[in-house]
Design a protein around this ligand. Sequence first.
Ligand code: 13P
Length: 251
Amino acid sequence: MRTPIIAGNWKLHMNPTETVEFVKAVKDQLPQNSEVETLICAPAVDLPALLDSAKGSQLHVGAENCYFEDEGAFTGETSPKVLHEMGVDYVIIGHSERRGYFHETDEDINKKAHAIFKNGMKPIICCGESLETREAGNAESFVEDQIKAALKNLTADQVASLVIAYEPIWAIGTGKTATADQAQEMCAAIRQTVADLYDETTAENVRIQYGGSVKPANVKEIMAKKDIDGGLIGGAALKPDSFLALAHYND
Ligand code: 13P
């Protein structure tokens, strides 16, 4: 049984004060007993406030990126070793904004996945095609190639424990959600790719999220799909009420 995971990706929003206020507003109303795992991935500068205020609650904490080296002369980067020491559970890697604006390659993403596991955390590996790729009919093969590259040399146990987020670029922040059927179709293809690369058990265990204009109004339909185990949510995860509605999609 895969535990559903509802995750906020705050991107470059929120400051430490707003972070503490957000957590105070949600922490006693989150789903209990791990029926739905909830997670906020915040800017690195907000992580101390997020970790401190979420302590003892059901809310997990994630970073939005890290480097693949633990330390060294890498000005401006974030150490996965230190993220783990701070108490961070997850790190998003390969978000389309990082691939697009910051030129991250599949190879970087694979190195980061290894570094995150080495440091006792779990990656949330993002993938997803542009509108141009989808319209050319190449969406599935494009995403499969991203997954193969990101998972290179990871063990089956590691893959079974990580999270993949399918985020079609054309649906991010545009208000244009992929239909639940489009999202399901791609998430099933991703699961099949994992089965082909590893085995059925690994594919059955890996959690796959959909991301791209998820909101309280459409989360239930998306989460009802067989191969969709969660959401990676930007805009609708910035307000406590909206995040709580997403987390309680099944109530
Ligand atoms: P929106 O939910 O704002 O479309 O963002 C999706 C996303 O990129 C989450 O990582």
